[in-house]
Ligand binder design. Sequence first.
Ligand SMILES: [Fe+2]
Length: 376
Amino acid sequence: MAAALSHEQKVRLFHDGYIVIKNAVSQHLVDRARARIKAAKRGESLAPAVELTDLVNDSNVTPILTDAMGAFDPPSLVHVGVTKQSGPRDHFTPLGYRDRDLPYFGHGMHAEGLFTTTPPQETLTGSPAERYAKMIGSGPRGDIGRSADVIGTNTYPLFQDPDMTLAVGSFTAFVIVCLNDQMIEGCGQTAVVPGGHRVLEGFYRWQDEQNGNVGPEGPGWPRFDYTAPNGAGHIYLPDAVQEKLIALDPNPPETTPDGKPWPRPTQILMEPGDAAITIFQMPHTGTRNEFGTESRKNMIFRIRNKKRQPDKVVTGVSDHPDRGMMGEWLDYENGNEPFVRSKHALTHMWEEWDGMQDIVAAETPKLEPIRFGDVL
Ligand SMILES: [Fe+2]
């Protein structure tokens, strides 16, 4: 098993934004991880389980990612992505639509690093301003008004920086290690839009150029959709991005009952021991596990290139490591502007991929630049 991506694999990673590495993790490590999950006590958190973090720390994933991206902190925690089997259900998802009404196995395509709060299950009424206040006030800190201290029920800050100019947390790469058979669509796979990373990066860059506000509440990206069926859906991807994602696919998109089209995701088909690496900017979603013979088991790691903030240790689960897990403010030395660095990383997505620079230089000129100015 090669401990680095081949040239061809790196070219594919550059263009698609993700790559599946077959057998990146040994059967022994897979078996040990599955046994640990099976042995979990009711209510026990498996996030710090060494049997799970070893899927990266003791496997070929570490040398492969170090070669492609650069140095990173060995994850000490893991996001245990277990999805039980289920059919379509009636609840409202964060998009503000009923699960059963969303196409593509109830997808919730999103940009990573966004504030989310529990979706209202009764249709929210009142003026948009009232609904906005209700939504942002429903997190663990309650109604404290609109500020960067607000965090969502997912613990992600409403804004990363005190000046409220950056509403996206960021890291460098996802690693997704598969622990069960996911070779048939509809088993709860993680799904992505190949090439969508360029669209999202292009949009972040366009926002930054407009007025320096990046993410929801920046140009072209309202935070909530008050026309969604539950009266307040999270806008996880702005319309201009959705349109370009839909255009990447030659097949017509599926719609919700209100006629709204949604970009079609590609399910990442994997077998136990396979690992997917995606760039942070990749739009992605979980899906419903309708056809699996067991719960879907993806171990998800959020990795940041060490050079972004050499003095900070990243655990592997936070999507907003410029702040503490619960939105705490971290200390930075004089001259270190973490939110400026992160905006730069969001808008120059390959700069943190040290081992991809030859490919980036060779392949970028072959691509049409992504532009938004003429669309919005
Ligand atoms: Fe996500």
